[in-house]
Design a protein around this ligand. Structure first.
Ligand SMILES: Nc1ncnc2c1ncn2[C@@H]1O[C@H](COP(=O)(O)OP(=O)(O)OP(=O)(O)O)[C@@H](O)[C@H]1O
Length: 549
């Protein structure tokens, strides 16, 4: 590893202990210089040991002069070391949660303290991915109606400490944020948009921002083949709803402070968005789950029981399961091809995911690729009776289903995992559902098929334009692996189901879906594999250099 030159190195006091503090372009470190302490066995962590600590510069929140009063109250050695500065930085706690920690260094020399503050601030100003100005929308009625309080008590103080300015709008009605973003908001003034609320509120921000971007670039969202323009502003999600799945899937936890810190350090997580159209009219955008049949029916039923609160999902789940309906129709899809893996390849999408990164570098060629795949792979067409048709654009993991609906789906690879659950016995369907709650492979059933696709279309049986035989003759039909139901002998419900689209009900059964690769970016970094990340071997920071003060 190439050694970075040290920018500053000083002997300072931390609490009652003398420490050597050093800074280079990538890390700030401090270590105990007290020899008796050094001899005791210190626990070791990835960020150093009990007597040394290293913080990546990119995870420093702020540095400031420490007030004299505080210093005097807290430290015995304050008369000898009357001046101090405090560095606030990200530290990891448990389960992907972050918190903001402070470390205060004391010195006898005021000029030295000021120099430290200046040099650290200079390094922070080089981090161009950090937002300076944000537009914040708060849904005061989301979840337990604590959005405003969460923002004011947990988030705003951190933004202030990091010198981020925020224009705050507390919404007054549903779709207030979406409409404001679509037309009124002066987006040029901001580096990002923050949503304080649940998945419904995030969906508003998504629709507002995507629509505004297309309008500004003259792109017609109702064209099924339209290549949408990616949004330039990143979106931050402060979880304050009853369902916060998007936050959980992209950060790994639903914690307002963690989300605020990801915003402050300027993390970026690109994300695919599915456009859902009916008869060349855009219905909605989706980033997580599109579900027809079981999940559509479950959501429709649960909407009628809103008064029950979150318990409505359990009740509607049991009811929908017992009704055991299946729906007949045709699913046609454009397979993704091998470059993005497959839904059973056991490659989890994690922070710095190689599959998504590879996709980002080839994104410019998206249109040619799609066209090429269409001719190479051809369309898949599957007819049958389905208990559920699901498209998972992310794993859809949540506390109830830790693996999610499609455990190896990726956030930003330009695909969605299409899961077809064919007509089967109640017992078999229960076995399939139970596998969502444990480690077993939920796709390992003869009645379940899963495809990684770039586009798909669903037509309910009564809206199919041509007969089965006609389509077979045109050569369009491709019999995919797995058993095919006989269309003639149907005991299926004649009625349509609804599509559940990220928790909203869509009124149409026939839809066309295309994945817009990396259309938006979030202030997140995906779920981290390790609990700590330090960009430089701490030892290189301590190698002797002449300029120790
Ligand atoms: N001021 C407001 N008054 C009423 N509804 C609002 C307001 N602001 C936003 N909404 C709507 O409230 C809905 C739910 O919000 P949100 O997602 O923040 O909370 P939630 O508790 O997770 O909701 P749900 O679980 O029902 O999706 C959103 O669809 C949003 O459009």
């Amino acid at each position: 590893m190439e050694k970075q030159p040290r920018l500053l190195c000083s002997r300072l006091l931390r609490g009652h202990t003398q420490v050597e503090v050093a800074l280079n372009n990538s890390v700030l470190g401090w270590k105990d210089t007290d020899r008796s302490r050094k001899r005791s066995s210190g626990f070791s962590s990835l960020s150093g040991t009990a007597h040394s600590h290293v913080v990546p510069v990119c995870e420093i929140v702020a540095v400031c002069k420490t007030e004299d009063d505080n210093t005097k109250k807290k430290k015995l050695g304050s008369q000898l070391y009357p001046h101090a500065f405090t560095v606030s930085y990200v530290s990891r706690t448990r389960q992907h949660q972050w918190c903001c920690s402070d470390v205060t260094f004391h010195s006898a020399d005021l000029t030295l303290c000021e120099q430290w503050i200046q040099v650290i601030n200079e390094q922070l100003s080089l981090l161009t991915n950090r937002p300076r100005s944000l537009l914040v929308y708060i849904n005061p009625f989301g979840g337990k109606q604590r959005g405003t309080r969460i923002y004011e008590q947990k988030v705003a103080p951190l933004f202030r400490r990091a010198c981020i300015s925020a224009d705050v709008i507390v919404t007054e009605r549903a779709n207030h944020a979406r409409d404001h973003l679509k037309t009124e908001a002066s987006l040029d003034k901001f580096d990002g948009v923050v949503c304080v609320g649940g998945d419904g509120m995030f969906s508003e921000i998504l629709h507002g921002l995507v629509t505004r971007t297309q309008t500004d670039h003259g792109v017609d969202q109702n064209q099924p083949e339209a290549e949408l323009v990616p949004c330039s502003l990143r979106i931050g999600i402060i979880p304050a709803g009853s369902t916060d799945c998007i936050c959980f899937a992209t950060v790994g936890t639903n914690d307002p402070v963690t989300s605020a810190l990801h915003i402050i350090v300027g993390d970026t997580q690109p994300m695919d968005v599915c456009s859902v159209l009916h008869d060349d009219v855009l219905l909605r955008y989706s980033v997580s789950l599109l579900g027809y049949g079981f999940y559509g029916d479950l959501l429709t039923d649960s909407e009628r029981k809103r008064w029950l609160g979150p318990a409505r999902y359990d009740l509607s789940g049991v009811k929908t399961f017992l009704s055991h309906k299946c729906y007949e129709g045709t699913v046609s899809f454009l397979p993704a091809g091998d470059d993005v893996g497959n839904p059973r390849d056991e490659l989890l999408c994690r922070s710095g995911c190689h599959v998504c990164q590879r996709k980002a570098s080839s994104n410019g060629k998206r249109r040619e690729l799609s066209a090429e795949k269409e001719t190479v792979c051809g369309l898949g067409v599957i007819r049958g009776k389905f208990i559920a048709i699901n498209a998972a654009s992310m794993s859809c993991a949540c506390p109830r289903s830790p693996q999610g609906l499609s455990p190896y789906a990726h956030l930003a690879d330009g695909t969605t995992d299409l899961i077809l659950v064919r007509k089967c016995s109640r017992w078999d369907f229960l076995r399939h559902l139970l596998r969502h709650t444990n480690q077993d492979d939920q796709f390992d059933h003869s009645f379940v098929e899963v495809y990684r696709v770039r586009m798909f279309r669903f037509l309910p049986r009564d809206q199919e334009p041509v007969s089965l035989e006609d389509q077979s003759e045109t050569g369009l039909e491709k019999t995919a692996s797995g058993p095919m139901c006989s269309v003639q002998t149907t005991s299926c419900s004649k009625a349509h189901s609804s599509w559940c689209c990220d928790g909203e009900i869509l009124p149409h059964a026939a839809i066309q879906v295309s994945v817009q690769c990396q259309l938006i970016r979030l202030f997140a970094r995906g779920i981290e594999e390790q609990q700590q990340c330090v960009s430089e071997d701490p030892c290189t920071l301590w190698a002797p250099e002449p300029n120790t003060h």
